[in-house]
Structure formats: C-alpha cells, structure tokens
Design a protein around this ligand. Structure first.
Ligand SMILES: [Zn+2]
Length: 97
C-alpha cells in the first residue's frame, strides 16, 4: 500500500492506494504532489478545492484561493487516464450579459 500526505494551505490531503500500481498511482497523485502550498498569485495559504459546473454541464475541479480568487484548474488527459494541473489563473469573472 502506498500512502501520500500533502499539506496544501490549511488543509491536509491524504491519498492511498491498496492495489499498488506505482506508475498509475503517481500519475493520479500528480494533482496533489505538484500542487503549490500557497496561492500562485498572492501567496495566501487559504486554498480550497472546489468543483464548478458550467452551462453545458461540464464539471471543473480546481484549487481556489479564498483570498484573491485565483484558480488552479485540473486538466484531464485526453485518454481519460487521470488528471494534471494547469497553471494558476486569475479569478473567474462572469462575462457581462
Ligand atoms: Zn491568492
């Protein structure tokens, strides 16, 4: 069994795998392992993990800074084999209607 504990901001994330295919596990765990411990925009450690749903029903998972609203979205590999981290982006502003 492999276990990873990662401190992100004020939260501790824990991930473990019983069926140890190390390569798959590390790939899946990349979104935790590669994550910064603080916001890439304002250095705040008030980071939370959120899921946002857009109009067509697609769901986006992203780390969000509670202080400045910056986001670090999760990307999905085209073959569906896991996630990767996209760069930090500024706060999502709804387009003017
Ligand atoms: Zn921030």
């Amino acid at each position: 069994m492999i276990k990873i504990t990662k401190q992100i901001g004020n939260s501790t994330l824990e991930m473990s795998s019983a069926d140890a295919n190390l390569q798959d596990f590390i790939r899946e765990a990349g979104v935790f392992l590669d994550m910064d411990e603080k916001c890439g925009m304002c250095d705040s450690t008030e980071i939370t993990l959120t899921t946002r749903k857009v109009q067509d029903g697609t769901k986006f998972t992203e780390y969000t800074c509670k202080k400045c609203g910056a986001r670090r979205p999760w990307g999905t590999y085209k073959d569906g084999s896991g996630f990767f981290l996209k760069p930090w982006a500024p706060k999502y502003e709804k387009p003017e209607a």
